[in-house]
Design a protein around this ligand. Structure first.
Ligand code: 5GP
Length: 255
């Protein structure tokens, strides 16, 4: 796909969003080489991470599009770049959990790490760095006019579908998808709710063979508070492994 970046629209900790020159209905997302934790308090550079993360997110979106999920993904003209439908982002992080881990354990002290959650648990967090992205209830989302009741319902259905599809794709490689964070937007072209942003190795917890000790995701970086060059190299290797594994998703047969 031939494309030309226009003006910078937004810059996040790990990506930049540009206009697509000559096409107001689309945008360009470029992954950066930064890796951050603790609301950006910790930040490191992993040369090449942007391209590796870009490959992962394109693999995930191609797989989801193939299985009928409404996403913003149009194409990935190179490893670090996606062309997407331009969206107005809904300022929520939607987290779906199959296994009790992470912040869920703090909010639910009776839960044991590793315990299976059946059905999956769905949580909304408000994107607000100053307040450390607090949990937000559905009635507050509607009251604050962040999304309508029908949009909340749509996000719940789509979030479950996305999780179940990715859970199955990972299962076929003997990896347990523990939890997943996704974000939604409304297309500027028609206001349709779609899965947006990126879904990469920063977005989930994945435990090969169901073993936390073998985790391949960003949690390795979050846990290593005094990370050195060797640690960053290990994190990069994990991200490369995940990019390779997700390349197989598109051929995954879903019953
Ligand atoms: P927890 O709420 O347990 O810390 O995280 C739940 C899931 O959401 C994990 O898979 C984690 O990686 C993901 N997650 C939570 N916050 C963020 C965030 O700010 N950015 C990204 N990319 N993922 C997040």
């Amino acid at each position: 796909m031939v494309f030309e970046k226009g003006a910078l629209i937004a810059e996040g900790k790990t990506k930049r969003v540009f206009e697509l020159a000559g096409d107001a209905r689309r945008a360009v997302i470029e992954s950066k080489d930064d890796i951050t934790a603790g609301d950006g308090v910790r930040c490191d550079l992993i040369p090449g991470k942007g391209a590796i993360s870009g490959r992962t997110t394109a693999n995930v979106f191609r797989f989801l599009n193939k299985h009928g999920v409404a996403t913003h993904f149009v194409d990935a003209p190179n490893d670090r770049t996606m062309v997407v439908q331009r969206c107005k982002m809904i300022p929520l992080e939607v987290v779906i959990r199959r296994i009790a881990a992470g912040s869920y354990l703090k909010r639910n002290p009776e839960a044991k790490e590793g315990e299976k959650l059946e059905p999956v648990v769905l949580e909304f967090f408000l994107k607000d760095d100053a307040r450390h992205d607090p949990l937000i209830e559905k009635h507050e989302i509607m009251k604050e006019k962040i999304a309508t009741a029908s949009e909340v319902g749509e996000m719940e259905n789509l979030a479950r579908l996305v999780f179940l599809l990715l859970e199955e794709a990972w299962k076929q490689q003997d990896v347990v998808l523990v939890d997943l964070k996704i974000e939604f937007g409304r297309t500027t072209a028609g206001g349709k709710l779609v899965l947006a942003d990126v879904v990469d190795n920063d977005s989930w917890r994945i435990w090969p063979h169901g073993r936390k000790e073998e985790m391949l995701d960003k949690q390795v970086y979050r846990n290593d508070k005094a990370i050195n060059a060797e640690g960053l190299e290990r994190v990069k290797r994990n991200y490369e492994i995940v990019a390779e594994m997700t390349a197989k998703f598109v051929d995954t047969k879903i019953e």
